[in-house]
Design a protein around this ligand. Sequence first.
Ligand SMILES: Nc1ncnc2c1ncn2[C@@H]1O[C@H](COP(=O)(O)OP(=O)(O)OP(=O)(O)O)[C@@H](O)[C@H]1O
Length: 752
Amino acid sequence: MEEEKEDSIGGNVIVLCRFRPLNEREAISGELININISDDNKNISLHSSTESGEPLKFCFDYVFPTTSKQNLVYEKSAKPIVEAVMQGFNGTVFAYGQTSSGKTYTMTGPDLEDPISMGVIPRMVSTVFDMISNSDPYIEYAVKVSYAEIYLEKIKDLLDISKTNLKVHEDKTRGVFIAELTERYVATETDVYEIMKFGLDNRNVGSTNMNSQSSRSHSIFIITITQTNNRDYIAKTGKLYLVDLAGSEKVGKTGATGKRLDEAKNINKSLTMLGLVIYSLTDGKSTHIPYRDSKLTRVLQDSLGGNSKTALIVTCSPALYNEAETISTLRFGMRAKAIKNTPKINREYTVAELKLMLAKLREEMAKKDRRIKMLEDQVKALGGKVPDVMIKEVKFDDEREIEHEPNKNDDYEEIIAELEDVRTKLAEEVRISNKRETEIKERIEDLTICNAKIVQLNQEIKFLKEKMPENDFSIQERENLLERLLVTKEALEADRFSLNQKIIDLEKKLGEKDAEILELSNKGPSGQSRNSINNFKDLLKSEREINSGYQKEIQQLRQNVSDLLNKRCPDAKINEILRDDISRKERDKWMEERKKIILDLQNRIDRVTELEVALDDAKDSYKTLESYMSEGERSLKKKTDTLERNLEQLTLMYHQLVSQKSQLGVDKQLADKRLHRIMDKNKSLDEENARLNSLYEQAEAKIAQMNNKESFHDKNPRASIGVLNIKKTIRGGNPSSKRPSITHSKSPFSED
Ligand SMILES: Nc1ncnc2c1ncn2[C@@H]1O[C@H](COP(=O)(O)OP(=O)(O)OP(=O)(O)O)[C@@H](O)[C@H]1O
């Protein structure tokens, strides 16, 4: 069932009040109740003849004065209800009032087929067939009618008087219903009137002082309209309850005695119970509604506070003689106005709609299969095991399947909901496992990078260690060379010193000789002296020659020193000396470099130590990770086991579903075949029916002739209606379902 979407008349019971004209007896006294009806026909103000003070106020959805015509009553009260029924809602129209207040006149009317005086029920029937003939041709209708009465707390079937005590049942799909009540398919308005007349003939009526044809029972006429849309395959069923209640009356006034008195007591009891139910529904305190205390309230359970759109017409007499009953009726109506119903569209699943659902389910299952496959792959990838599927054949007995057909969709929905639930859980677990796996992979990557760095550093350390002796050797060689150079230099310095010493000695001797010569020159020449001078000069000359020899010798010595130096210090030597400086610088540089290398080495060693510490840490965390991993593995294993079990269950369910699906397919085919057979049978039965009808009509005509137009019904009331009850499907837009004479919606007799 679907929640109500558009509700033109809301959930409240609509209550209308109708005053009938004075009857002949009342007209004699001509005394009327002091009543004022507001201009909008919604409010009544009543000046009681017995109570002084403020007038009594009553408010209704519409108040019909005595002059109101049948057509207007129908338009205001029942038309919105029948329209709702045609949308798939349940509807109820019922009349309540004292005996002879005009209930039957309002509900049925004096003539079922008279367009002016016909009551609410025939007008509703007319509207139903009007709407069918105006609807789309792809909508198929099936209309059924039933007729029952409640008499002395027993439900009687008016279409089969052998059924005298029917029970009221209730279920989820049908709501409250009278079990085993005869249902007749109808295809035209005439069919309905025929059946109504038949039922009316079987109804309990008895005269009272108030009404010569007073109805002593509550009558319930039920029209069930099922419509199937052949485009979207949606089927809806609206049920219309048309209730004509027995009159509420004061026993003393009616002059009832014996059986009539018992009837009156019973009627009053059931109406009192109706009043009590309405009171309980509206007082805002009651937790229990006494529907089961009378048959009437039980049958009207959905109409009062349940799944129905309900209209109540309260009928009143305007005669002062009936003032007390009228006030009581008006109060009853005011109470009922506060009842809130919860009408819903009654949807049913058709075979075609079920097929559509099945197709959707198949699609859904295919999707789920793909998902299971993916999950299985993931479980496998995580190292889990996917169990081998055990295919369990589920075979259903044909009949048993069909019997349980209505619950199958529920089962599927439940199974699919369960599957969805399990798969959501699986997906969540797989997501967590994937996350863990990614984390572990990241850690392993970190460790791999650390290891690579350590290997690189070890190589660098090894290389440096290999290079160190080479460097040491080169430094030693340079130091040896340097030492040799220093020794050579010292020897050369000593040579140069001794040579310089000789030069100094020679220069000193030369200076002494020069001084002697100068002294001799200063003493002057004499003979002797001259001789001496000459001797001296000669001496000087020789001295000079000696001196010059010395000079030469010095020169030679210098040359020799130089040569010696050149000889002892060749280019290579000079180069060596020159390189001495460079070596020193280089040595300094090397020392610097060495320091640097040692420092670098130290740093690297520190770094290695650091890395070793980091490695140890990493190893520790790796170990922790490993233990964590093994823990994870354990929980993963656990989960995998759970997953495996889930998968096993899923697989089982899946195969059950597959088997059910295929079984359903077979069933659908069987159902289709059966449907075709039934349709064929239906067709031949329709033909047979038409043939029998014509025979029947011919027979009736003959009987009518034979009995000189004497009424067949008056003399021979039928125990059950003699029409074959075959389902008559009416297509929307089919004008044959309408009687051409009744064109209610545009009635020329409308009083408005
Ligand atoms: N609105 C009306 N206009 C003309 N006549 C009416 C109207 N209402 C009722 N009557 C007449 O009053 C009489 C009693 O009406 P009716 O039988 O409908 O009353 P009732 O409430 O059904 O009585 P009961 O409870 O005994 O069945 C009938 O003769 C009917 O034709």
